[in-house]
Design a protein around this ligand. Structure first.
Ligand SMILES: CCCCCC/C=C\CC(=O)SCCNC(=O)CCNC(=O)[C@H](O)C(C)(C)COP(=O)(O)OP(=O)(O)OC[C@H]1O[C@@H](n2cnc3c(N)ncnc32)[C@H](O)[C@@H]1OP(=O)(O)O
Length: 338
């Protein structure tokens, strides 16, 4: 089977080389890098030096519970992305690991998305390195061979929503204060094409059109109705529901599930793999513009001001926003005040 997978990746799915091929055996695991050459990787544990990524491995089931642990909001900074990439590689190489449940150790927040400060007031080299790390995480998660379930235990805007969208199945805690969605346009920035494609593959064209243009953040109930998430459960049952769901995914033989997943996600992954450098160049050019920097600065400041001066919109205000939830958007709060 390993030979079949290798052939598949080297031959029919060349762009997925580097995403992964797993092999059982005593000598470790076979990893194909993007040029198709093979590297032997020793088996190892899953320590994250700063504990910003906590991994609890259930050896009996082969399921890893991965918790993001960067208070206050699990923003995806360059160091966090780098650690996450290392942990994901290790899990991918571990022949005993079959499934991954992604969740947060920070109460009420799954992830606040990309760290705003990595995109502000930095040299172009930093933007370039940061964006490569963002790409890397998407490639690893969206192209993962593991069964991947997101246990969304808090708000999940922008890059946080993207993390969840990379999973095979999303279960969200049914708390009306949580929101999820790709809200980039609300910050004056634009979700890149591979964010858009990931959403499109999940919810379809019309919902993508509305969600992305409006930068909509949805409540769990709205997200369920749009198939942005697959299931809602009470917060206290989130992990047990994710574990139970994982059991269903692991009943399918790994090779059959992996090849099926590759078939479905291949063209989307290739979209970025074929033009990574151009995408980085585009990001750097965009993010370093004065107008975008001003927009981001205003947004970051308004997040802070919101905490100091602005109360959340009243429930009657919220109802006026119909099905699109802008609650938690500092822009919305500022509009309400003016
Ligand atoms: C061509 C390519 C174009 C570029 C494409 C870029 C693609 C992706 C974009 C992103 O992912 S941008 C990030 C978008 N994220 C958001 O809009 C979320 C903003 N945050 C919130 O809405 C809230 O913070 C929250 C997540 C709902 C949590 O609310 P809570 O009330 O619990 O906490 P706060 O008081 O608001 O925040 C605490 C603390 O964290 C700071 N912070 C919040 N989000 C971020 C962030 N994304 N990056 C960095 N820091 C963040 C916030 O300012 C507070 O800081 P202090 O006041 O304590 O200093």
């Amino acid at each position: 089977m390993a030979a079949v997978l290798r052939k598949l990746i080297q031959g029919r799915l060349p762009a997925l080389a580097g995403v992964l091929c797993r092999r059982s055996g005593n000598e470790g695991h076979l990893f194909l890098n993007s040029s198709g050459s093979t590297l032997m990787q020793p088996r190892c544990g899953y320590s994250s030096p700063t504990e910003s990524v906590i991994v609890e491995m259930d050896k009996a089931t082969g399921v890893a519970l991965l918790k993001l642990n960067i208070p206050p909001v699990n923003s995806l900074s360059l160091p966090l992305l780098t650690e996450l990439a290392i942990v994901l590689d290790k899990l991918e190489m571990d022949k005993h690991c079959r499934g991954l449940i992604l969740t947060s150790a920070v109460p009420n927040i799954f992830s606040a998305g990309l760290n705003l400060f990595d995109m502000m007031d930095k040299p172009n080299e930093h933007y370039s390195e940061f964006w490569r790390a963002v790409q890397e995480i998407w490639i690893k998660l969206y192209g993962s061979s593991l069964a991947n379930i997101a246990a969304i235990n808090g708000s999940s805007p922008a890059g946080g929503c993207l993390l969840a969208l990379c999973s095979d199945y999303r279960i969200m805690a049914n708390n009306p204060h949580f929101t999820i969605g790709l809200n980039e346009t609300r910050l004056g920035i634009v979700a890149p094409f591979w964010f858009k494609d990931t959403l499109l593959n999940t919810v379809g064209k019309r919902t993508t059109e509305i969600s992305l243009n409006l930068g909509a953040l949805y409540s769990p109930t709205e997200a369920l109705s749009l198939h942005l998430v697959d299931r809602l459960v009470p917060e206290t049952q989130l992990l047990s529901a994710a574990t139970e769901e994982m059991g269903r995914w692991l009943q399918v033989p790994d090779h059959a599930r992996q090849i099926t997943k590759s078939m479905i996600r291949k063209s989307t992954l290739e979209g970025l793999l074929n033009q990574r450098e151009a995408d980085i160049k585009n990001f750097v050019e965009f993010i370093s513009r004065d107008s975008i920097q001003k927009s981001l600065q205003f947004y970051a400041q308004s997040l802070q001001k919101q905490k100091q001066h602005i109360h959340p919109p009243s429930s009657s205000c919220r109802q006026q926003i119909s099905s699109v939830t802008f609650a938690r958007s500092p822009w919305y709060s500022l509009i309400q005040r003016s």
